[in-house]
Design a protein around this ligand. Structure first.
Ligand SMILES: [Cu+2]
Length: 318
């Protein structure tokens, strides 16, 4: 159950560690209550049948001490509710306030239907943009600043953190801290249009050394194309794709679509919908609407030779 990608019954970070035990407590208490009530109702019905006509004639018999049961059950109900109330308040206090001194600050900008992620560094040269895959070091408190350029979306990584809306014109903040390495699935949790359900992302929690290696890799510009295929591929990117995408180190510098500079370093494409392999990449570029109807990337009507050149070039963007 807690192995499902979007399960909220397992936790991998300090925020979720606060919430998951409370969830189990509420689940167990409510299930037990339902079962006890069902059993009592069945017992009452059977007892009524057994006593036969006497009960039928006198539906309500006010016996000696019936009220006592009501008091007892009120107390029995009040105890778990009070526990849940206090426990919830503690959990909110521990998860609600973002860290004052985060180790990492990310600007996450969800838009129809993918996630832009900007890593802020101390210097402009330490700042870079990527998409749909958030890398964080294990044990670091990460501040996530959310804003939306179009409609309301919601940032949700069940095993690390609850939902926080991204609202146009408003800066919302949330935070993450992973307690172990792993890949954790995230999802847009606010209906935002046709492909809302296919607007996923992944959080990759890594050891600080692996994270640093990844970060340095992301800061690099794209390598120059080498083969003639790759050279033609870059020309197509600059001519056909640079309206929306950017590849740092080339003249493609637009920001309305995922940054492709290190496309090959990501495990998935199209907001965690397709595995990132040459076949699905080619299929995506050939006809994005067939893979993700309603996506904001248009069909470029490229022929087979152009698709070959493009995939050859995109393959170099590691
Ligand atoms: Cu969305």
């Amino acid at each position: 159950m807690s192995g499902a990608p979007l399960s909220y019954l397992g936790s991998a970070g300090s925020k979720a560690h606060q919430v998951v035990p409370l969830t189990w407590f509420a689940l167990i208490v409510s299930t037990a209550t339902c079962l006890i009530f069902a059993a009592l109702i069945v017992a009452a019905v059977r007892r009524g049948r057994a006593e036969g006509d006497v009960v039928a004639a006198q539906a309500v018999i006010r016996g000696g001490n019936g009220l006592r049961w009501i008091f007892v059950s009120l107390i029995l109900a009040a105890v778990p509710i009070a526990v849940m109330l206090v426990w919830t308040m503690i959990a909110i206090a521990r998860t609600g306030v973002p860290p004052a001194h985060p180790a990492l600050v990310l600007d996450v900008t969800p838009q129809q239907f993918w996630w832009r992620i900007r890593y802020r560094g101390a210097l402009p040269s330490d700042t870079f943009t990527t998409a749909n895959e958030i890398h964080i070091p294990v044990g670091a408190k990460v501040l996530v600043r959310l804003n939306s350029p179009d409609v309301i979306h919601s940032f949700w990584v069940p095993s690390l953190s609850g939902k926080t809306d991204a609202i146009p014109g408003q800066n919302n903040v949330t935070w993450l801290e992973a307690s172990r390495p792993g890949r954790f699935r995230g999802q847009c949790a606010e209906f935002c249009g046709a492909e809302h359900a296919r607007m996923g992302f992944e959080v990759v929690a890594q050891s600080p050394a692996d994270f640093e290696a990844w970060r340095r890799g992301q800061l690099r510009s794209a390598p120059r194309p080498v083969t003639t295929e790759q050279v033609r591929g870059l020309a197509i990117v600059e001519y056909r794709c640079s309206l929306c995408h950017s590849v740092r180190g080339t003249i493609a510098g637009a920001g309305s679509a995922p940054d492709l500079t290190h496309l090959m370093s990501r495990a998935t494409i199209a907001a965690a919908q397709l595995p990132n392999n040459p076949g699905s990449l080619r299929g995506w570029i050939e006809d994005p609407q067939a893979r993700k109807p309603g996506t904001q990337m248009p069909n470029q009507h490229l022929d087979a030779a152009q698709l070959n050149d493009l995939t050859a070039y995109l393959g170099t963007l590691k």
